[in-house]
Design a protein around this ligand. Structure first.
Ligand SMILES: [Zn+2]
Length: 228
């Protein structure tokens, strides 16, 4: 939403409550506020879903009438969300646990910690998957085993990556930043044309060690286009 949309929601709520509306400002603050002169909406709100943005504007505007979060505040807020905007709210203390439209959930509160843990888990699973693929490729590194019979039975050392692009990890660049800022990555992100490369510490994350040893096997298979 834009500033004018926040203003429109605020005006609508003020009119319904029979109170004087206030000018809305969007600024880089942590939390919104309904002050004496302005209603302040934090900039970070703009990256959340529209329903949550509407909810936020309604919440601040209801403070024009009720200063605290006592029961009259909540009954007014939930009534206005439903009547004016068809949003149903489920509370967790003073704030929404979830928002729904026609029984369909459109917003769910997620603790910050929980959010980062979820991304972390996703990334670790993805790295393990990529490791499996890489190891499979190393094992199929048949060329030297087929063509250098002397090598058969010997161990060769290979290395697993210590960084992947956000795209390969199935996360957004924002999520990669988020991880970096939460100590996931020992180094700064690097930009690689398409997405960021996220470095990681294999030991710290309980992943396979970077160095792996694979035994060369004699293969009987011969591939098409094989060099002879
Ligand atoms: Zn409040």
């Amino acid at each position: 939403m834009e500033l004018k949309d926040f203003q429109a929601v605020t005006d609508l709520v003020a009119e319904n409550l029979g109170v004087q509306t206030q000018t809305v400002k969007i600024s880089k603050v942590r939390r919104g506020r309904c002050g004496k002169k302005f209603i302040v909406i934090p900039t970070w709100i703009l990256s959340t879903c529209e329903e949550y943005q509407i909810y936020y504007a309604v919440h601040e505007a209801v403070h024009l009438r009720y200063k605290n979060h006592a029961p009259p505040f909540h009954s007014t807020e939930s009534r206005l969300l439903k009547e004016l905007l068809d949003l149903e709210i489920e509370y967790r203390h003073a704030y929404p646990r979830s928002l729904s439209v026609n029984g369909q959930q459109v917003y769910e509160r997620e603790g910050k910690k929980k959010g980062i843990d979820k991304i972390k888990e996703k990334v670790i699973n993805r790295i393990e998957e990529l490791d499996q693929e890489t190891i499979k490729l190393y094992r199929e590194d048949w060329y030297w085993a087929d063509h250098c019979p002397d090598e058969v039975g010997k161990y060769h050392t290979y290395y697993l990556p210590i960084c992947y692009r956000s795209e390969e990890l199935g996360i957004t660049d924002d999520e990669a930043y988020h991880l970096r800022n939460h100590g996931f990555s020992p180094r700064n992100l690097r930009f690689y044309g398409q997405g960021f490369a996220l470095y990681f510490d294999r030991d710290k994350l309980g992943l396979r060690k970077k160095e792996i040893r694979i035994k060369a096997e004699q293969r009987s298979i011969s591939r098409e286009g094989d060099l002879t």
